[in-house]
Design a protein around this ligand. Structure first.
Ligand SMILES: NC(=O)c1ccc[n+]([C@@H]2O[C@H](COP(=O)([O-])OP(=O)(O)OC[C@H]3O[C@@H](n4cnc5c(N)ncnc54)[C@H](O)[C@@H]3O)[C@@H](O)[C@H]2O)c1
Length: 268
């Protein structure tokens, strides 16, 4: 197999959960460039449609936009069925939905409300688990598939909250670290379960990414603690990892957590 063939995804169908913006958009973009047709989900159909139109125009690949809130369990099975019926197969699943609902609740431990913590676990951990379950069911029938979960360095190392305090930021809630550590553990165990059925399960743990909205002091602090001297960039830094884990280039890799953090975690 040539290198070109190894990374070629022509005719594959990729489902990107939370695919309308930021990481989700960029992962969808690289997969479409490599030849995939895309099922893009977002909580609102309108934003999934907007991204679908944009990526279809750019890459001339088919796109199917669907609405999905991963905390609404019945919707996941419906999306899995519609995605499978679209081209008759699902080859790649990216579980990107996550984060901490912005502007909601207090992040600090002693002020954290149980419902806010539960929501973070529901979106990041259980949402990904249920998507693996429903789309994994379809992949198991096909006998092949590649699942990529999106975890975080937050699931690997603790956070120095003095960095956030210095920039008057709330910081990351503990439940987010718990959810992302859960995604990494879940990925390993799912790989043990699904790999004998021909389904690869891996995850990517990004470090902090800068989208021009963070306080300059925080970006400097974070960059100083990163061996490569900067935060991540959306349009470049996850592309290689995504394509590697989605393609035959990773055909002897399963249960792996690919850390894409500029070295941030090794200095913690
Ligand atoms: N930005 C970072 O620095 C960073 C670092 C490490 C990991 N991550 C993780 O990467 C993933 C993408 O984050 P991002 O930075 O692109 O942030 P983002 O907020 O732009 O993306 C989060 C995505 O999840 C979707 N989402 C949120 N709640 C959902 C729900 N209930 N149902 C369905 N979709 C839902 C959003 O619509 C969005 O598409 C997340 O899992 C996040 O935890 C981000």
């Amino acid at each position: 197999m040539t290198i070109q063939e190894m990374f070629d995804l022509t005719g594959k169908v990729a489902v990107i959960i939370g695919g309308a913006r930021d990481f989700g958009f960029n992962m969808a973009d690289v997969l479409a460039e490599a030849g995939c047709d895309l099922v893009l989900t977002s909580r609102t159909l309108a934003s999934a449609e907007q991204t679908a139109v944009k990526l279809k125009a750019k890459h001339k690949r088919d796109t199917l936009p669907l609405a999905l809130d991963v905390t609404r369990h019945p919707q996941i099975a419906e999306v899995a069925d519609r995605a499978a019926a679209w081209k008759g197969h699902i080859d790649i699943l990216i579980n990107n939905a996550g984060g901490t609902p912005s502007g909601k609740g207090k992040a600090r431990l002693f002020e954290r409300a149980p419902e806010d913590a539960a929501e973070v676990i529901n979106i990041n951990l259980l949402g990904s688990l249920y998507c693996c379950q429903e789309i994994g069911r379809i992949m198991a029938k096909q006998g092949h598939g590649k699942i990529i979960n999106v975890a975080s360095v937050a699931g690997i190392v603790g956070r120095d909250r003095r960095m956030y305090d210095r920039s008057s930021m709330q910081g990351q809630p503990i439940d987010y670290a718990a959810a992302k550590a859960g995604v990494i553990g879940m990925t390993r165990d799912l790989a043990g379960y699904l790999s004998p059925m021909g389904i690869y399960v891996n995850c990517i743990s990004p470090g902090g990414f800068d989208r021009g909205k963070l306080p300059a002091g925080f970006v400097k602090d974070y960059s100083d603690r990163t061996p490569l001297g900067r935060m991540g960039r959306d349009d470049t830094d996850l592309r290689g990892a995504t394509l590697f884990l989605a393609s035959s280039a990773s055909n002897y890799v399963t249960g792996h957590n690919l850390v894409v953090d500029g070295g941030f975690s090794i200095w913690q």
